[in-house]
Design a binder for this molecule. Structure first.
Ligand SMILES: *Cc1c(COP(=O)(O)O)cnc(C)c1O
Length: 416
């Protein structure tokens, strides 16, 4: 144990009431958005019926797509339990839209780690690179015009325009920070860059990796011109109860191509039995506004606690959030282990196990994580992970109940 500064968690909690109020307002707007979409599409218990085999005439599957399209204000959607993760859906989308000779351009620097093999940044059979699809990236630049934080980043507009060539077919924007200490974008912060790109070439697809961002604000990237958004159902929009799956929302022609990749050009989105997941997908979506709100409040409380204890945190507790993730710079390996141990001890599942660091595929350092979740790997549930390397960042996500996170904060307060 170290020289810890003891604080009163109830007082810290109380000091955040105004901030929570803004999250409550976002929750309310999103709940109304979801409710309206359910009403418009006349959802009934018939839509929960399990389909088998080809899943022809699965009315629930079709309704779910329509509801997602309504919420994102897109022409169509592909929401399926058959996507095994967010990475799978992102991969399908890239493979669906890119052809040999095309160039993929990421304008938020290196894409999320699990896409490295998909793209061919790390050589792998089946990568886009093997199909002669090239990859380029433009890093974000430092800019603190909108925030007090030292980690605020903005698009490098000049370089983006220089990097677009006649082969550029798709531009990838990752909203959330991933395993970096950068700013996570609010949907409205994407508008300018999307407009600039569209002005140069309106035929370029703008694809947004929306993981962790859904319902953290009242808008989604599709409200500001993104052609297609992709995310996981074991994160925000699954509401903590989806067993698996992911979504792709966007222009009709894009969704059609994605469906041909997920199934087959001869089948598209008209087939696929639901494995009895329709009820989870629908109910999870109805829970999502409040679950995301809980997760954000919890993440904010943790940020505030460590801010008060003079650790570097990002985002600051009073900054706008583009995702549900909080970063704390914990200074050394022992602190990372202790932090993960405390999260694990206060989890609903596997509270009795101790997290150990291990070599994870695709990472250049050992990683330690805590996750005592009902759904394996669900990071809308309280969880954290930390690559064991300087400057010893821990990435904390979720908490379906704010009070669970508050309970964790009481123990963190004792030890840090
Ligand atoms: C979680 C996440 C993904 C996809 O991860 P899966 O674990 O495959 O669902 C992709 N991008 C970002 C930014 C993410 O946070």
């Amino acid at each position: 144990m170290q020289n810890s500064l003891k604080l009163n968690i109830d007082n810290i909690d109380e000091s955040l009431y105004k901030t929570y109020d803004t999250f409550n307002q976002i929750e309310e707007k999103n709940l109304i958005k979801v409710l309206k979409a359910f009403k418009k599409n006349k959802v009934s218990t018939n839509h929960f019926i399990e389909s088998t085999g080809y899943g022809y005439d699965d009315s629930g599957r079709d309704i779910i797509d329509k509801i997602y399209a309504n919420i994102f204000h897109t022409e169509d959607a592909l929401v399926r339990p058959h996507f095994i993760s967010g990475t799978h859906a992102l991969t399908i989308c890239l493979q669906a839209l890119l052809r040999p000779g095309d160039d993929l351009l990421s304008i938020t620097g290196m894409p999320y780690d699990t896409l490295a093999e998909t793209i061919g940044i790390i050589e792998k059979k089946g990568s886009l690179k093997e199909y002669n699809i090239s990859f380029n990236k433009v890093d974000l630049i430092h800019n603190n015009k909108l925030t007090t934080s030292e980690y605020y980043n903005d698009f490098d507009y000049e370089k983006i325009l220089q990097s677009i060539n006649s082969n550029t077919k798709l531009i990838l924007i990752q909203r959330s920070k991933g395993y970096t200490n950068r700013h996570s974008f609010l949907p409205q912060e994407l508008e300018e860059v999307i407009n600039i790109i569209k002005k140069k070439n309106k035929n370029i697809y703008i694809m947004v990796d929306n993981c962790y961002g859904e319902f953290t604000n009242i808008y989604e990237p599709s409200d500001f011109g993104a052609d297609v958004c992709v995310g996981s159902l074991i994160k925000n929009l699954g509401g903590g109860i989806c067993k698996s799956g992911a979504y792709i929302v966007g222009k009709k022609e894009i969704i059609e191509q994605c469906s041909y990749r997920l199934t087959s050009p001869s089948l598209g989105k008209e087939v696929g039995c639901n494995f009895n997941q329709n009820i989870n997908i629908l109910q999870g979506l109805s829970f999502a506004p409040q679950m995301v709100s809980n997760a954000i409040k919890g993440a904010t409380l943790i940020s505030k606690l460590f801010e008060e204890k003079k650790y570097k945190v990002f985002p600051l507790s009073n900054e706008k959030r583009g995702d549900i993730v909080s970063i704390i710079e914990l200074k050394n390996e022992d602190n990372l282990k202790l932090f993960c141990k405390i999260i694990q001890e206060n989890s609903f599942i596997d509270s009795f196990v101790s997290p150990e660091s291990w070599d994870m595929p695709g990472y250049n350092s050992k990683v330690i994580m805590a996750s005592g979740s009902f759904i394996q790997g669900s990071s809308l549930e309280l969880s954290c992970d930390a690559p064991i390397k300087e400057p010893f960042y821990v990435f904390v996500q979720g908490g379906l109940s704010y009070y669970q996170t508050k309970e964790v904060c009481k123990t963190l307060n004792e030890y840090f």
